[in-house]
Design a protein around this ligand. Structure first.
Ligand SMILES: Cc1cc2nc3c(=O)[nH]c(=O)nc-3n(C[C@H](O)[C@H](O)[C@H](O)COP(=O)(O)OP(=O)(O)OC[C@H]3O[C@@H](n4cnc5c(N)ncnc54)[C@H](O)[C@@H]3O)c2cc1C
Length: 414
């Protein structure tokens, strides 16, 4: 595609989730308009392919925009109005219309009924063909030049001629190491520093040695000096801690954790449903009613036996200690070990199921009614290149669909 003479109405940069959705929506809304997708890789929709462990967690069954936005550490204010225009129910309907039914899991995550991300890829590729949207692979956009009198000229790696477009939608995903950084700078498009979000914590600690694979249904976890508790299941891994509660905390504190190079102290409450006083009361009750039992043999539900034994041992409770004769001091230590176990993270591990970038195109430089740049009219931003990110659960794709829809609708209106 080196057709400078015939100008595109919309050039979409990036053949990922947000790029495809924008281009398809635009093509559905318009007739006789020229839209094309330019993808730097040899393959399109690569992240969709690996998403959700190969199942693609397309969206989340949360249909009240005010509730939905609570899952976005960055961008919730801007997404509120946006979700009133395109939200998960619209996503579900859109896919259904194209023959892809989504199902809901107990925790609200929505997947294709096939449990395969290939279904979503096939749907996008077939629809692009039906609508006559060309997809150019191995086309890395290097520069966006604003043209006098409106529109843009696009410089692609390996293409001598520049491509002309009336509007350009940047759907390149994370801007980390992006070929476009310089061009965006020239256009005075500010980028909020990029740091990772949704990662596991590396921890070396005797309390979790050899416990890899042990999970716990619900913990509270907070960073020391951080903004508060996050709750959810937790998983002990070979490298430390992971699971929804940890990923949630990593998202909400992504920037603060990056500032200390992911070396920070955090606290786990193994029994967040039980207050410290109530737990002390339970201990007293066990002393009275099961005083002859070994402490290490009587885990408090829902803590698993293996985890309990380790917590008890690391709290310095004697292996042969029975509840009835447990010294007050040891009982205190056990209580502290359960309600406020302090750990040190010494780095992060990116979760293989889902990770995103925090930071990107500064939100206030974009009009969220249209996704158009406030500094460069005609330039649109959608998906992960924006300083918007959600926790795990389908929220990141939903942001891609919503911003893609808004951009398409705005360009279609002309
Ligand atoms: C392992 C993993 C699993 C995930 N699972 C889920 C999930 O189940 N549910 C969920 O909601 N979110 C999930 N996410 C997050 C989700 O994948 C992203 O939020 C989403 O893909 C963002 O879409 P995007 O189109 O903005 O960016 P991307 O999907 O990253 O697509 C951007 C595309 O642009 C191309 N590109 C970049 N620069 C250029 C350039 N200069 N010129 C041309 N092309 C360019 C890239 O090659 C890429 O194909 C997951 C992420 C990962 C890493």
């Amino acid at each position: 595609m080196n057709d400078g003479a015939r100008e595109l109405d919309l050039a979409v940069i990036g053949g990922g989730a947000s790029g495809f959705f924008t281009a398809l929506q635009y093509a559905e809304m318009t007739e006789g308009k020229r839209v094309a997708i330019f993808e730097k890789g040899a393959e399109v929709l690569q992240k969709v392919r690996i998403s959700g462990g190969g199942r693609c967690n397309v969206t989340h069954a949360g249909f009240d925009p005010r509730e939905l936005v609570k899952h976005y550490p960055r961008g919730s204010r801007e997404l509120l109005a946006a979700f009133h225009r395109w939200q998960p129910s619209d996503t579900v309907e859109w896919f259904k219309r194209l023959g892809v039914n989504l199902k809901v899991e107990a925790d609200g995550r929505m997947f294709p009924e096939s449990d395969s991300s290939e279904t979503i890829i096939r749907c996008f590729l077939d629809r692009a063909e039906e609508l006559g949207v060309p997809v150019y692979r191995k086309r890395t956009l290097l520069e966006i030049e604003a043209r006098e009198g409106g529109g843009f000229l696009l410089v692609f790696d390996g293409l001598t001629e520049r491509v002309a477009a009336r509007a350009v939608c940047v759907a390149t995903g994370s801007l980390k190491g992006s070929a476009l950084s310089r061009s965006l700078e020239m256009l005075e498009q500010r980028v909020v520093p990029l740091v990772p979000s949704l990662f596991a914590f590396n921890v070396v600690d005797p309390r979790i040695v050899d416990l890899a694979g042990v999970s716990h249904s619900r913990v509270g976890v907070r960073r020391e000096g951080g903004s508060g508790w996050q709750h959810g299941p937790l998983l002990i891994t070979h490298r430390g801690f992971s699971g929804p509660a940890i990923l949630r905390l990593s998202a909400w504190e992504a920037r603060g954790m990056a500032e200390v190079d992911h070396h920070f102290a955090f606290v786990i409450d193994w029994l967040p449903e039980v207050g410290a006083e109530e737990l002390a009361g339970r201990f007293a009750e066990i002393r009275r009613t099961q005083g002859a039992k070994l402490v290490k043999n009587t885990p408090i539900s829902p803590i698993s036996r293996r985890l309990w034994e380790r917590i008890v041992a690391c709290a310095g409770v004697d292996e042969q200690a029975v509840w009835g004769q447990l010294p007050k001091q040891e009982m205190r230590r056990l209580l502290d070990a359960l309600k406020g176990a302090r750990f040190e993270a010494t780095g992060k591990t990116t979760n293989k199921d889902e990770f995103v970038t925090c930071g990107g195109i500064e939100r206030k430089t974009v009009d969220f009614r249209t996704m158009e740049s406030r500094v460069t009219p005609g330039l649109y931003f959608v998906g992960e290149c924006l300083d918007i990110d959600g926790i795990t659960g389908g929220f990141n794709f939903q942001a891609a669909w919503t911003t893609g829809y808004l951009a398409a609708a705005a360009v279609a209106r002309g």
